[in-house]
Write a protein that binds this ligand. Structure first.
Ligand SMILES: Nc1ncnc2c1ncn2[C@@H]1O[C@H](COP(=O)(O)OP(=O)(O)OP(=O)(O)O)[C@@H](O)[C@H]1O
Length: 578
């Protein structure tokens, strides 16, 4: 219920549409309920032509007019309510996406992408069904039941009781069937999701599949999964086929009762033939809403479950956000200070009591063992992860008191894995720039990242499409594009996370020379396993087990003969061997 309460503001914002829809439903049912009454008058007119005020022909004309009015008002009621549900779906989808954009890295580390995406499809559909078809059918059923049963009771109370006796059974059966249908359709959807993700993975890994000659294996896997999807769909179709026969059986049972008991009453003269016709008409009108009642119950359950899943995202609080007293920071004159900084993804600390002062304009290299926390340190500086108060300062201000947008605008970040959007090179480099501000910046950034020559070799130059996640580019080209993207924003602080790991030696030299020029008076933090990346660094910090093992000028560290010197020697040896 708590999760369904989240729907209230969305419904409230569209209450006028819903009220309009309900009004049209009232009219629709009013017109529909008048039809059997005029049929009764028509039959009575046929029986006693002299005694009636309205001829059967006039009744027929009224019935046609009522049917038309019924159709028109039904269109309006459906449009108003079903469109309101679509608007709600659209607004929730927007809110979901907005919330996802606010959440921090820790949230995404603990959630599966497929699971998040399924909330955008299945769960939103369920909520739309509940607020649209479910809401409309519920109102419709209530109106119709109140009116039709009242009219039937007025005609014949006992016959009414007998006629609707099979209905509760029909509600139960339809509820059971729709519940099973829901479970089976869920299973079919899961099969489809597995099939799609397997197809997607195979297409992405097509080079690997071919190089290992695994085509037949994957074909077999695909056929098996596809077969399983077919099997689930056939099971679903079999069950779906049961709904109409169940409804027909209930209608048939009700009609049988009316024909048998009502017919006897007509023969005995306790009921007119006209009343009999009207009564049968009302009974027929009740069949569909009764069946739908079972369906509505399932829709409500399903909608509530989906709303609970959506609420997990809609109510998730980002652990990184702007504090009430956060203010923007325009310039970093006093540098960066890590003060006894400790951080862990779970209970275990990844970084422990890190104290480090980086002066404004200083170039600092960070290296160390695999998994020693180098990337984590950089992510904390960008506040991609939550930082404890009093642990990290920029320009003397606690990082948690700095407006996030201004902090991130000061920093140019090149992540370890270069992510490329499936657009052209120009758009990928201009990603962090305001629209229209690109101009010559893009080519300049590409040149500084040692990427301009490659761009010149592409047929479409900067307009070359890079393919999905940049598949058309080599690993080194992706990295250089990612560096160009960071340089284009002209950041005060440049943060590079192992930016040269996929770059060949020739390009490394060129990029480092260009970067050295770009560094100028900027503050630079560069993580690398390759010590050659530190050639323009004033200082290198070596991390080990989440702490600082040693730090100093590269030459001093070499002389000390510690971890850095050890890494240097082994890299030299490797180079010589190559
Ligand atoms: N999202 C995450 N959730 C849980 N643990 C994580 C996460 N990211 C990193 N870790 C763990 O934190 C530790 C430090 O990771 P980090 O990526 O900062 O190391 P690193 O020094 O940059 O490693 P590498 O040299 O391989 O890039 C590792 O033990 C890693 O397994």
């Amino acid at each position: 219920m708590k999760d369904l309460a989240l729907l209230v503001p969305y419904l409230g914002a569209l209450c006028r549409r819903y009220a309009g829809g309900a009004l049209f439903l009232l009219l629709t049912n009013g017109f529909a309920l008048l039809i059997p009454w005029f049929m009764k008058l028509a039959v009575e007119g046929l029986q006693h032509p002299a005694a009636v005020r309205l001829s059967p022909a006039a009744c027929a004309a009224v019935i046609v007019a009522l049917a038309l009015a019924h159709c028109i008002t039904r269109i309006f009621s459906r449009t108003l309510i079903l469109n309101a549900a679509r608007i709600i779906e659209f607004r929730i989808r927007d809110d979901l996406f907005r919330r996802l954009m606010l959440l921090d890295l820790q949230y995404f580390s603990s959630s599966r992408t497929g699971d998040i995406l399924s909330r955008f499809s299945n769960d939103l559909t369920n909520v739309r069904m509940l607020t649209g078809f479910g809401a409309m059918s519920a109102v419709n059923t209530v109106i119709l039941y109140l009116a039709a049963v009242t009219l039937m009771v007025r005609i014949q109370p006992w016959l009414t009781l007998w006629a609707i006796l099979p209905f509760p059974l029909m509600v139960l059966v339809v509820k059971r069937i729709s519940q099973s249908m829901f479970l089976r359709s869920l299973a079919a959807q899961e099969e489809l999701a597995r099939l799609s993700s397997m197809a997607e993975e195979s297409v992405s890994a097509v080079r690997l599949i071919k190089s290992y000659c695994r085509e037949d294996h994957f074909l077999g896997l695909f056929e098996a999964m596809s077969g399983s999807y077919l099997h689930h769909n056939l099971r679903l179709a079999r069950l779906r086929g049961l709904v109409l026969p169940v409804m027909a059986a209930a209608t048939g049972a009700g009609t049988l009762v009316v024909v048998f008991l009502g017919g006897r009453l007509v023969i005995a003269g306790a009921m007119t033939l006209g009343d009999f016709v009207a009564f049968s008409g009302y009974l027929t009108m009740l069949v569909w809403p009764t069946a739908v009642l079972g369906w509505i119950l399932t829709l409500a359950q399903r909608g509530a479950a989906s709303m609970a899943r959506l609420a997990v995202i809609l109510t998730a609080e980002p652990s990184v956000g702007d504090a009430a007293d956060a203010e923007p920071l325009e310039e970093v004159r006093q540098g960066i200070e890590f003060r006894e900084l400790t951080f862990g993804y779970g209970n275990e600390a990844v970084l422990e009591r890190i104290s480090l002062h980086i002066a404004s304009g200083e170039k600092v290299g960070i290296t160390g063992e695999v998994g020693s926390g180098k990337s984590t340190l950089l992510r904390l500086l960008l506040r991609l992860l939550p930082v404890g108060d009093g642990m990290l300062f920029l320009d003397g201000r606690d990082i948690n008191r700095i407006a996030l947008n201004s902090l991130r605008r000061l920093i140019g970040y090149v992540p370890q894995e270069a992510f490329l959007f499936s657009r052209n090179i120009r758009e990928n480099i201009a990603y962090g720039l305001a629209a229209g501000a690109e101009g010559a910046i893009i080519a300049d950034a590409a040149r500084q990242a040692g990427f301009l020559e490659d761009v010149g070799n592409f047929h479409d130059g900067l307009d070359t499409m890079v393919g999905e996640k940049g598949v058309m580019l080599s690993g080194g080209q992706k990295q250089r594009l990612s560096i160009a993207r960071a340089l284009a924003t002209d950041p005060r602080i440049l943060v590079l996370d192992d930016p040269l790991s996929a770059v060949d030696a020739g390009h490394e030299e060129e990029i480092l020379a260009q970067l050295g020029v770009f560094y100028r008076n900027r503050t630079v933090l560069i993580v690398s396993h390759r010590l050659s990346a530190f050639r323009d660094c004033d200082r290198v910090v070596v991390l080990k087990n989440g702490g600082i093992a040693e730090q100093g000028r590269p030459a001093d560290l070499l002389a000390q003969g510690g971890l850095y010197a050890q890494m240097y020697r082994s890299q030299r040896l490797q180079e010589e061997l190559l």
